[in-house]
Design a protein around this ligand. Sequence first.
Ligand code: ATP
Length: 235
Amino acid sequence: MLELRDIHTYYGNIHALKGVTLRVEKGEIVCLIGANGAGKTTTLMSISGVTPPRQGTVAFLDEDVTRFTTEKIVARGITQVPEGRMIFPRLTVRENLLMGAYLRKDKDGIKAGEERAYELFPVLRERRTQMGGTLSGGEQQMLAIGRALMAQPALLLLDEPSLGLAPMVVENIFEIIQQINAEGVTVMLVEQNAQMALQISHRGYVLETGAVILEGPSADLLADPKVRLAYLGLD
Ligand code: ATP
């Protein structure tokens, strides 16, 4: 479904991604783990067109999307949930959700999408007239995911959904990510919480200083001595 071939991404002179190659098959949850600054966020930004790679290619559904604008990428079926949620604090929960559907014209479909978001996250229905900024961190993460789903993505990119959340909230969100995936949305998950990410994903990639150093089925990575020591804090 998605294939990155030897991508190199820069911030000015900073060479952040040094030849990343990876693929995501339809129906998978694929996780990307690695230390701070390894290039996880930059990989997602390179897919979604925010920081297009200077070299290498991004192919989605057999189409070269490397030079596409973000808007065109969203229209093709890739939506990103950014790190830090980035919800609109002065819009209501409902307005935030509708922002996710800004490229859609089908009123009935949008209504059904909103209903679906409330089914997945009942707390959002209760809070639908509240300002986004008044929600807790976990609720904001739910809103960010609900808003992304309003664009009907085939591939959902999630950047650190567990960041700053209590363990129980993280479990709830990860269960819902699995549910969304079971309903047909392919997921690429960036996480500092390698343990949880490897538990819910099918395959994983380990990034170090802008390059993939390990990849494989998540169960194998969970058992890998290097991963256990460096990323899970176990020996
Ligand atoms: P984190 O968990 O901290 O988000 P990450 O693995 O997602 O880490 P990136 O944010 O992709 O890492 O950063 C990769 C490299 O690019 C780092 O060396 C970082 O300092 C650099 N970098 C990231 N964003 C920028 C930017 N806007 N300007 C300059 N350098 C940046």
